[in-house]
Ligand binder design. Structure first.
Ligand SMILES: Cc1cc2nc3c(=O)[nH]c(=O)nc-3n(C[C@H](O)[C@H](O)[C@H](O)COP(=O)(O)OP(=O)(O)OC[C@H]3O[C@@H](n4cnc5c(N)ncnc54)[C@H](O)[C@@H]3O)c2cc1C
Length: 496
């Protein structure tokens, strides 16, 4: 929207940061340290966004030239070399940056999922050996906890960096429209607050770090072609897309998602992410058929298989699917991974038991003493589940899975009673799409020219498109947040 004569400013700062997750906090810290006054606007009542729900690991690069080769092979031609290099070069200094700026301490990631997350999701691509492991922020340094997910602890460290600089945050302040001057430069942002609409003046720039659209059913249908449930935060409206579209931004990577497997918790609004600790399991569709290499598909890439559609029937036979497992899996620990999603903050949710017994008692997990009886409980015709399990068991015992190629070491037979099943759905962790930006984080218009004074970082218009190389969203949010924070602080003031 263009500023008119009647418009009054309610607040002013040099750099206005919209959304306080990883990208927003790194932007704010860097802008502050480069001499700018900074105001952070956060739509939610709390800060942290998807960042606080995440695994919160920081990528370690062993060889940046090789990492470039690897990323180049993954990111498509919409992503220019300059942007990949910027991401890698800045990330290579992220550990030191956090130590210096936020007094961070790191430790080796302790919680290992099954199957363990590989360094490189695609270990056949050139340069994959350039990736090192991942590190985590020491849990209890700034009020975090070993019991929480890594992202919770990571964000505590980021907030320490914000608080020690006294950077102002306005909560429940949702950016809705960018405000421009007569030269189409961005000079502010209009926001909704519980007390009404306010106009915030940005003397140097507006930085959009307001995440993705995982909570917008309308955007899911338009961009992903399907409605999803989501594990991410409630304010994932995708406002950054609407605000930048108003100014003619070019959108990119709109179909990209990171999507895991979850259970729709009865009587609760949000799903809970499934995480396994033992190999004695498989997934089947509504017809009782196995349909993927269960341990070969990366945990973020579940949408590819689970949302497959049978066009002639207009049906989605894996929505929902069943996770079938045996006593080995039940006793190996809670079925829930170390990043359960936003449900972890739901005060009415009692949590998930370590031995899964409470969930069996509640009927969330179906149990039977024979596979045939389990099949009956799930509504399959006699023989259907028995065949699926017997075929899979044969693969597990032979160590050879001709149809799906599951690795011998990650296949355990389903042969220890009782047997169990739980209904599972693909659930969005986050989306990738949004306005395209260049290596400076400048938002580009449809001619790929910068929209003056408008920057973006993080999940909103991520570098990632279809293939998500694990641990990259956080890495990118931090790196590009740092880039736009430093750059915008050094801009001259823009006139109204
Ligand atoms: C359960 C889960 C696990 C994950 N695990 C990992 C992982 O292990 N590694 C990894 O790399 N990635 C992971 N991700 C993805 C990663 O967390 C995010 O992509 C990343 O944190 C995004 O950072 P961000 O700063 O761009 O957005 P966010 O952290 O989501 O922050 C955006 C903020 O903007 C606010 N906001 C939204 N709209 C507005 C508006 N209009 N005005 C003002 N504020 C607004 C939101 O409330 C939010 O606080 C995970 C995601 C989830 C949900």
């Amino acid at each position: 929207m263009k500023k008119d004569q009647t418009m009054k400013w309610n607040k002013t700062a040099d750099v206005v940061v919209v959304g306080l997750g990883a990208a927003g906090s790194c932007t704010a810290i860097e802008a502050h340290d480069n001499g700018a006054t900074v105001l952070v606007l956060e739509a939610d009542k709390v800060a942290g966004g998807n960042t606080r729900l995440s695994g919160g690991t920081l990528r370690i690069f062993k060889d940046t030239d090789k990492v470039y080769q690897y990323y180049r092979a993954i990111f498509d031609e919409t992503v220019k070399d300059e942007l990949i290099h910027k991401l890698i070069d800045v990330t290579a200094t992220s550990h030191e940056w956090f130590k210096k700026k936020c007094d961070a301490e790191f430790m080796v990631a302790t919680k290992v999922p099954f199957p363990p997350a590989p360094n490189a999701v695609w270990d056949f691509l050139p340069g994959c050996e350039g990736l090192g492991g991942r590190s985590q922020f020491v849990a209890d340094k700034f009020g975090g906890s070993e019991k929480m997910n890594g992202g919770f602890n990571m964000f505590k460290t980021m907030m320490h960096g914000i608080e020690k600089r006294n950077i102002e945050i306005m909560y429940e302040t949702r950016g809705r429209h960018l405000i421009t001057n007569g030269k189409k430069e961005v000079i502010g942002i209009q926001c909704e607050t519980p007390k009404g609409t306010i106009n915030v003046r940005a003397k140097k720039a507006v930085c959009l770090t307001c995440g993705g659209f995982h909570r917008s059913a309308e955007k899911q249908l338009n961009y992903l072609g399907l409605k999803y449930i989501a594990q991410g935060t409630k304010c994932g409206y995708g406002d950054g897309i609407d605000m930048t579209a108003e100014l003619g931004a070019k959108m990119w990577h709109m179909t990209g998602v990171s999507c895991g497997i979850s259970y729709k918790v009865k009587d609760h609004e949000d799903p809970i992410a499934i995480g396994l600790h033992s190999p004695n399991y498989l997934y089947i569709d509504q017809k009782g058929k196995r349909f993927l290499n269960e341990t070969g598909v990366d945990v973020h890439a579940m949408a590819f298989d689970f949302t497959a559609c049978v066009a002639e029937e207009m049906s989605y036979p894996r929505l929902p699917a069943w996770l079938i497992f045996d006593e080995h899996v039940r006793e190996s620990g809670s079925l829930i991974g170390h990043c359960p999603g936003i449900i972890q903050e739901d005060a009415t949710f009692d949590g998930w038991s370590d031995d899964n017994q409470a969930e069996i008692s509640k009927g969330w997990i179906k149990m039977a003493y024979t596979v045939a009886d389990l099949g009956k409980k799930l509504g399959f015709n006699p023989g259907v589940l028995e065949k699926a399990v017997a075929d899979y068991n044969q693969c597990a015992l032979l160590g050879y899975d001709p149809e799906f190629g599951r690795d011998a070491h990650s296949m355990g037979p389903i042969n220890r009673l009782p047997f169990y099943a739980i209904e599972v759905w693909p659930a969005l962790l986050n989306t990738q799409g949004g306005p395209q930006h260049d290596e400076y984080g400048h938002v580009l218009n449809v001619e790929e020219k910068p929209i003056e004074r408008l920057f973006a970082a993080g999940e909103l218009g991520s570098i990632v498109n279809k293939f998500y190389p694990g641990g990259t969203n956080i890495t990118e949010a931090i790196a590009m947040g740092r880039v736009i924070g430093e750059l915008t602080a050094k801009l001259t003031d823009v006139e109204e």
